[in-house]
Design a binder for this molecule. Structure first.
Ligand code: SF4
Length: 358
């Protein structure tokens, strides 16, 4: 599993908490050189037992095709080239629309077999408020371009839990997305974190977070609509048509080893975690071994985020029986066969449930 972080954006969304820089002329060149250097230096860490490649960001679609090609050739040179079981690229709608069909077709020719579109909303007012560069029309157009180029595995990202998102607008966005029929939908609740524009507005009293009950209701609307439309709710924030669960992200939740390349990218060796510093060039890798306790906590936290849940024997060996019994009696934990899982109607409060257990 290989993750490549592309830390460029053309402007910043008001809620952004990722490491990204405004894409300056020529920056892609230096970045590509650094990634190719890092691929060569860290190829021994790459484990192809789950052969996936994921370009995330930032905005990978601002990267020129020539850079993408050089990165792929370097991976091939060190013995970790394609085809990949899953090769995802995150894109912003405006890039697909601006660059047009030939660009999207080229992505497919390079071996990308899954495209993840940062749609976020299909309401122009909200998109403008978020400081996204696309409008609803552009988002729909980007989706159709991806289909026209032959992509049969398209994921769409959405955001809910904004205090200025009404239930009616939320339902309308979900309805339109379902009409498009993506294979996969990721949906995140807006959280105010870091030192972005939204955090400043919150502090200045210019923004108020949506009440918890509104967020819970919007999450419930989402779960119901997507279930009716035949999507499997296989992880707290992720829904897929049968057969289209994200393979790469599934690897994260199952704690498979992965190598993260590029500024701010994280890696997991199976024993320890490491991360690159947040600098465009000359970024440094910091490594950290995990204690046995850390491993247990991580395993349970990640497994309980999924509908598959955690191994019963493992959970029983690491959690107090009285906590398990109490949560079971409250309906917050279920045992099916040899696995414990948080039922869907408690996914929204899964953080609290997991905290009670570990
Ligand atoms: S596109 Fe993503 S990385 Fe770029 S500013 Fe928006 S949220 Fe941040």
């Amino acid at each position: 599993m290989i993750y490549i972080h592309v830390p460029f954006c053309k402007s910043f969304c008001i809620y952004c908490d990722f490491y990204s820089e405004i894409a300056a002329d020529g920056a892609a060149e230096g970045y590509t050189r650094e990634i190719c250097r890092e691929i060569r230096e860290r190829s021994a860490e790459m484990d192809d037992s789950l052969k996936t490649l994921y370009f995330g960001g930032g905005t990978p679609s601002v990267l020129p095709l020539s850079s993408l090609t050089r990165i792929l050739l370097t991976l091939e040179e060190v013995g970790h080239g394609g085809p990949y079981e899953e090769f995802t690229i995150e894109v912003n709608p405006e890039d697909l629309v601006e660059k047009g069909l030939p660009y999207v077709e080229s992505l497919r020719k390079l071996g990308v077999n899954r495209i993840s579109i940062g749609m976020q909303s299909l309401n122009d007012e909200l998109l403008h408020w978020m400081n996204r560069r696309h409008n609803a029309e552009g988002a729909l157009k980007a989706f159709h371009l991806a289909r026209e180029a032959g992509f049969e595995n398209i994921s769409v990202d959405l955001i809910f839990g904004l205090s200025n998102l009404s239930d009616a607008v939320w339902e309308d966005t979900i309805r339109q997305v379902l009409e498009l029929g993506p294979e996969h939908i990721s949906c995140y609740q807006l959280t105010v974190e870091g030192d972005n524009v939204l955090a400043m507005r919150l502090e200045a009293g210019e923004y108020e977070e949506a009440p918890e009950e509104v967020c819970a209701r919007q999450y419930q609307i989402l779960c119901e609509r997507l279930a009716w439309a035949g999507y499997e709710h296989y992880e707290i924030s992720n829904f897929a048509r049968p057969g289209f669960q994200a393979v790469h992200n599934g690897g994260y939740w199952a704690r498979r080893p992965y190598v993260g390349l590029g500024p701010s990218a994280h890696s997991f060796s199976g024993k320890g975690r490491s991360w690159n510093s947040e600098e465009l060039t000359g970024y440094k890798l910091t490594r950290e071994e995990l204690s046995v306790e850390d491993e247990k906590v991580e395993t349970l936290m990640l497994a309980l985020r999924t509908a598959r849940g955690a191994d019963a024997e493992f959970l029983e060996a690491n959690c107090l029986k009285e906590d398990i019994d109490r949560l079971m009696s409250q309906g917050a934990l279920q045992k099916t066969g040899r696995r414990y899982r948080i039922p869907e109607d408690h996914f929204f409060v899964s953080d609290e449930i997991i905290r009670e257990l570990i």
